[in-house]
Design a protein. Sequence first.
Length: 363
Amino acid sequence: MNYEDALLRELTHIAPADADAMARAAVYQGTLAKPPGSLGELENIYIRLCGIAGTLHPQYAPCRVVVLCADNGVTEEGVSVTPRSVTAAQAVNMTRYLTGMSAMAHHFGDEVQVVDVGIADPYQCPAIVNRKILSGTRNFAKEPAMTREEAAHAVCVGMELAGQAKRDGVAVLGVGEMGIGNTTTSSAVLAALTGLSVERVTGRGGGMTDEGFALKKRVIASALALHKPNGGDVLDTLCKVGGLDIAAMCGVFLGAALYRLPAVVDGFISAVAALCAARLCPAVRDYLFASHLSKEIGYQAAIKELGLAPWLHLGMRLGEGSGCPIAFQVLEAACAAAEGMATFQGAAIDDSYLSEIRGKDCF
């Protein structure tokens, strides 16, 4: 099977959100018994969800966080203080609801699907979905992280996971990850896609000393100079300096758009994967919702490129998809308000007093 050809065929089937449904939702928002626009971003969220669903009654549950797990060969260079074995350990712990993201998801009743696309160390956990492509990528400080076909394969795996979610009746997807060294790969990918300097897109990840941070930036800059990824070619960039987790997450975002599912972007790695998806198919942006403002420096560059604004400013930088369970509640609130509120007519309120300010900048 040629995965790149399969991917390109699927991209042709992705359509934008339904503009007519969004227009009808906006009109309906104007009939609700409240000052115009007073629910702020919740109104926009509801309108966008209607555009995805093509109806004024979008589903907001059940929700599933898909966590793509993979190791990165570049950790051989000392770019992370965390040992590689943590990838496998935390992947297993996620299935037991023992990590930050999974504990919140379990509390709210959300599904968590942990997927191995490239974990290097052995583990025993039948609950982890095995879609392993490689046992970790190659060290991109010395050679390309993977082949172009392996990158395309990972993207296709992500799209398949979104399709499975649709068949399972999932209404909203969140996209998370687990992979030691993946802030290094994400920074490299983001630098290649945007042309921004390594300094502008590289943070300290899970924490590191000044010396370690300087090394991390040198490794990324050296790899970009060595491989010269084409920022206009997502697969070229992913295969040279990316990770299997990023590629598969990119696929989940593409699949969400293909199957018309809202997809929540988590933090830095998730935002870079979403940017990869949007570069492959711009219509994907219609399906993306940014959960929280990550403290990782590259996040703001990635989210700006996507044209999204995060809802939650909580100082988070955990990863895993940890912003998704919280964001799911925001999506539900947006729908609950729109569908539960009375209209002016239903509340027996004459709204003529608003005639002078409707559609004007009076707030």
